[in-house]
Design a protein around this ligand. Structure first.
Ligand code: GLA
Length: 335
C-alpha cells in the first residue's frame, strides 16, 4: 500500500509574478490531499468522496485535456508527463477546499506523481506537476503552487526566485498566525483571464526584457497604457516580496500591514484580478481586532484572502476561515 500526501499552499505575497520569473512568498499549509492505494495493471483508477465519478486513466493516455470527468484531467496530465510503468488503484481524499484558491489542483498533481512512483528532487517534481497542470487545464500557470507543495518547510514561508528557482525558507514570527478567509466566490473566467494577463506580461517583456530586472522608469516608457499597468503591478509586487520578508524578520507589524495593503491595491487596480466581493472582504477584515495585514491571495477572480493576525486573536466573525500552519512539503510512504 502506497500513501502520498501533498499540501495546498497559501501565498503571503507575490502574486502574478511567477509567470515572468519574479519573486513569490508562499507556504505549504496543513490542509492537504492524500492519494493511497496499490500500483499495478495499466490503468490509473482513483475514486474521491468529493466526486461522483472516478478518474480512470490509461497509462498511455494521449490527450489529458480531453479526459472526463474534469478532475480526472489533472490525473491524466500527471500520467502523460510521468509515463509510469504501471497503473494504480486507490482513493483520493483531501482536507483542501476545492477551487477556493488554495491550490487543490497542484496538491492533487503532486500527490498523484508521488503515488505513481516519481523519484527526484522537489524542484523536478514541481516542474512535472506544473506541466501536468498546463496540459490538463490549458492555463499557462507559473511554478509557485506546485513548488510550494513539493518543497514546503515546517514553520517557514518560501521565498522563491522564479528565474533561478532558488527556494529560501523564511522563518515566520512565532507570535503571528496565518488565517485564510474564503470569499465564497468560486473562480470564474479564471482560465481565459489568467492567460490574458500572462500574455500582457509577455508582451511587456518583449519590449522591456525580463520584468524582474525592469525599473518603474522602464515601465513608464511602455506605450500601451493597459500593458503599462500590468507591468507596473509585476515590478512593484516583486519589490514588495522582499519588503514583506524584511518586515517579517523584525516583526514590524505596520510594515507588514502596509505592504500587504499595497499588494492588494495593485492586484485590484493595476492587474485587475480582484472582484467587488473580495475587495469588500479585505476592507472588512482590515478593521478587525488582531488583523495585521490582509490581501487577495493566488490567481484572484474570487477565491481566498490571506491575513496575518496576532497569535491567539479570535477568528474574524461571520466568515469561513482556516487558521493554517506552514507545513513540510509532499512525501510518500509505503504502509
Ligand atoms: C495561480 C497560478 C500560479 C500563480 C498564481 C498567481 O495560482 O497557478 O502559478 O501565477 O495564480 O500568483
Amino acid at each position: 500500500m502506497i500513501r502520498a500526501l501533498a499540501p495546498g499552499r497559501v501565498n503571503l505575497i507575490g502574486d502574478h509574478t511567477d509567470h515572468t520569473g519574479g519573486l513569490v512568498l508562499p507556504m505549504a499549509i496543513d490542509l492537504a490531499t492524500t492519494v493511497s492505494g496499490h500500483r499495478g495493471k495499466e490503468v490509473v483508477t482513483l475514486r474521491s468522496p468529493a466526486e461522483p465519478e472516478p478518474a480512470v486513466v490509461p497509462i498511455d493516455v494521449s490527450d489529458p485535456a480531453a479526459v472526463t470527468p474534469g478532475w480526472a484531467r489533472y490525473v491524466a496530465g500527471v500520467v502523460a508527463e510521468l509515463r509510469p510503468e504501471a497503473g494504480f488503484s486507490g482513493e483520493v481524499s483531501s482536507s483542501l477546499p476545492i477551487g477556493a484558491g488554495l491550490s487543490s489542483s497542484a496538491a492533487l498533481e503532486v500527490a498523484v506523481a508521488l503515488a505513481l512512483g516519481f523519484e527526484g528532487p522537489p524542484l523536478a517534481l514541481a516542474q512535472l506537476a506544473q506541466r501536468a497542470e498546463q496540459r490538463a487545464s490549458g492555463v499557462p500557470c507559473g511554478i509557485m503552487d506546485q513548488l510550494a507543495s513539493a518543497a514546503g518547510v515546517e514553520g517557514h514561508a518560501l521565498r522563491i526566485d522564479c528565474s533561478s528557482l532558488e527556494v529560501s525558507p523564511v522563518v515566520l514570527p512565532g507570535d503571528v498566525e496565518v488565517v485564510v478567509v474564503d470569499s465564497g466566490q468560486r473562480r470564474e473566467l479564471a482560465t481565459s483571464a489568467y492567460a490574458e494577463r500572462a500574455a500582457a506580461c509577455q508582451a511587456a517583456q518583449a519590449e522591456l526584457g525580463p520584468l524582474p530586472s525592469a525599473t518603474l522608469g522602464d515601465v513608464a516608457g511602455l506605450r500601451d497604457p493597459l500593458m503599462r499597468r500590468r507591468a507596473r503591478h509585476v515590478v512593484t509586487e516583486n519589490a514588495r516580496v522582499d519588503e514583506l520578508v524584511a518586515a517579517l524578520a523584525v516583526g514590524d507589524r505596520a510594515a507588514m500591514g502596509e505592504v500587504m495593503a499595497a499588494s492588494h491595491a495593485s492586484l485590484r487596480d493595476d492587474f485587475e484580478v480582484s472582484t467587488p466581493v473580495v475587495d469588500a472582504l479585505v476592507a472588512r477584515l482590515r478593521g478587525v481586532d488582531g488583523v495585521i495585514g490582509v490581501r487577495l491571495t493566488g490567481a484572484g477572480f474570487g477565491g481566498c484572502v490571506v491575513t496575518l493576525v496576532e497569535r491567539g486573536a479570535p477568528a474574524p466573525p461571520d466568515v469561513v476561515a482556516w487558521r493554517v500552519r506552514a507545513s513540510a512539503g509532499a512525501h510518500v510512504e509505503e504502509i
